[in-house]
Design a protein around this ligand. Structure first.
Ligand SMILES: [Zn+2]
Length: 299
């Protein structure tokens, strides 16, 4: 997802009133940094579900990696193939830079053709093991898009195998199973998403929007085209960013607001934007203390 012929510089961010994005993350004093790996089907999905929380982790010195399981080489009205994949890979790198996360890897599986096969499962097992993940986040396996659905299945299928030495023996197994969690979605069948944890992201909301803004080929080209609103996208960068903020600025729903109150108490009433996560019943089962350690944002 190539942003434009030039990369967004600190100067441009400063012009947008966002110079703070150029500053390095604060170091964390005590515990070792958390290691979080987030999977999405396409090179913008992790940013949508977890971009704000990722920016919060990164600002506290934690290590966050995003992985797109497909290369995004199909979802576009006028481009495709290797050129589109190359553009989307570059857009993902720019988004990672803006969010401050450690890595954004795009796997070379075709967009729109993902299947839950053993080779792809092994690719995912290797990523989780190499990252030595404390926490793994992925979509649920209920979704309108087969790539999203199968990404959910694929990651779920690693939730035990990451510890089995004879599976994928080229990469040492984890001795401690990570916590696996699902990112929020709106699908109702066979069961709706359950927000076990909700994170207030107002303080990094602009950063999240700038992460999405890096995915020009998605948010300003493909998604408006498929939704029939391409004519409404402004051409000028600042106006386009304002449009994006308006189109994607969905406030937290009632279920997520209830979860915010659980974790933040009365402070939750002042929160507008949040990201929520559901504990997967495979992988390590966290108690409240574990969740507070994995999401160190509530005190
Ligand atoms: Zn997607």
């Amino acid at each position: 997802m190539l942003r434009s012929p030039h990369r967004t510089s600190a100067t441009v961010l400063a012009a947008l009133g966002l110079a703070a994005l150029a500053s390095p993350p604060a170091a964390r004093a005590a515990d070792p940094p958390l290691r979080i790996i987030v999977f999405g089907a396409h090179p913008d999905d992790c940013d949508e579900t977890t971009g704000g929380t990722a920016a919060l982790w990164a600002a506290k010195g934690h290590q966050v990696k995003f992985v797109a399981v497909t290369n995004g080489d199909a979802g576009h009205q006028s481009e495709g193939g290797g050129a589109l994949a190359k553009r989307r890979r570059a857009e993902a790198q720019e988004s990672a830079r803006r969010l401050g996360i450690a890595e954004y890897e795009v796997l070379d599986n075709h967009d729109g053709e993902l299947e839950p096969t053993l080779p792809v499962r092994l690719e995912i097992i290797r990523r989780i093991r190499r990252w030595n993940a404390d926490l793994v986040i992925a979509p649920r396996p209920n979704d309108y898009h087969p790539d999203h659905r199968y990404t959910g299945v694929l990651v779920q299928d690693t939730a035990y195998m990451v510890m089995v030495p004879n599976v994928c023996p080229d990469t040492p197994p984890l001795r401690k199973n990570p916590v696996f969690m699902y990112a929020q979605d709106h699908f109702q069948r066979p069961n709706p998403f359950r927000p076990d944890v909700a994170v207030a992201i107002d303080s990094v909301y602009e950063k999240k929007i700038l992460g999405l803004d890096a995915h020009v080929s998605q948010f300003y080209e493909w998604l408006p085209w498929i939704e029939g609103v391409l004519d409404s996208v402004p051409k000028e960068p600042a106006a386009r960013l304002a449009w994006l903020r308006k189109e994607w600025g969905r406030p937290a729903n009632a279920d997520v607001r209830a979860a915010l109150r659980k974790w933040y108490g009365p402070r939750a009433d002042g929160v507008t934007h949040a990201e929520a996560f559901e504990v997967c019943e495979y992988g390590r089962q966290p108690g409240e203390t574990d969740l507070r350690r994995l999401f160190p944002f509530f005190d």
